[in-house]
Ligand binder design. Structure first.
Ligand code: 3PY
Ligand code: MG
Length: 238
């Protein structure tokens, strides 16, 4: 599920549905440092995995999101190998990266009292997900996937369509991108990583699954609310 309305009650409701994951979106959604801190708890308490998408280049926030209890962080616009290395550096403790110590909330949520227990597991149990959504990123995706500190990629089909069309249009569901998206999911698998993406609706999500994507968002919170409300009102009126 994709959370853009920055409210702990709403994030908790999303987490209580059949979605496995709730992503709190700081890039295009309304989430802030404060709402991330307040929403991760209700997501966990309602049985879903909390993920945070940070704003472009805010790798400091990636570390904070992990400290606050996020299990994975999605970084948008990772356009070069250097971007991916910087992101991984903020996500992983030494010797892999340079994350600074302070996961108070995360340890509380996981019921861990011993600092070393968290420290030993953190690099493998919190996931760094690099967004591949430009042609520059596509050109370097093999190198990005080969980085030990990057656990998976997230293909942003909307931005990707802008680059793929040479700035001609935006269409996250353009059929012409099918093979390149299949290729990206396959590259992730070959590298021993996973591929995630964003479905505009249920049918789009299904087609992404068919291309090999393993973690797929469906619409955004406001879209789910509208679709559910419209379906109920229409059924009642019919
Ligand atoms: C994109 O499609 O560009 C995205 O970032 C999806 O959230
Ligand atoms: Mg995008």
């Amino acid at each position: 599920a994709w959370s853009t309305l920055p409210d702990p009650l709403l994030a908790g409701v999303l987490a209580s549905t059949d979605f496995d994951v709730v992503t709190l979106d700081m890039q295009h959604g309304g989430h802030s440092d404060d709402s991330i801190l307040r929403c991760i708890g209700p997501v966990i308490q309602n049985g879903a995995h909390p993920v945070v998408r940070v704003p472009v280049g805010r790798f400091d926030m990636a570390s904070r999101a992990l400290d606050f209890g996020a299990e994975a962080v999605i970084a948008p616009m990772i356009n070069t190998l250097g971007d991916a290395e910087d992101f991984a550096g903020f996500m992983k403790y030494p010797p892999l990266g340079a994350r600074s110590w302070g996961p108070t909330r995360a340890m509380e949520f996981q019921g861990i009292g011993d600092a070393n227990q968290y420290f030993q597991a953190a690099n493998s149990e919190t996931l760094a997900i690099a967004m591949i959504e430009t042609m520059g990123a596509f050109a370097q995706v093999d190198e990005i996937l080969a980085l030990e500190g990057i656990d998976g990629i997230f293909v942003g089909p909307a931005d990707f369509s802008i680059g793929w069309s040479g700035g001609e249009f935006i269409n996250a569901q353009h059929e012409g991108m099918t093979e390149i998206l299949r290729e990206l999911a396959a590259k992730a698998k070959t590298a021993g990583k996973f591929a995630a993406s964003f479905g505009m609706d249920a049918d789009h999500a299904k087609s992404l699954a068919g291309l090999g994507f393993q973690l797929i968002a469906i619409s955004i919170d406001a879209g789910c609310l509208k679709a559910g409300a419209n379906a109920m009102v229409s059924a009642a009126r019919s």
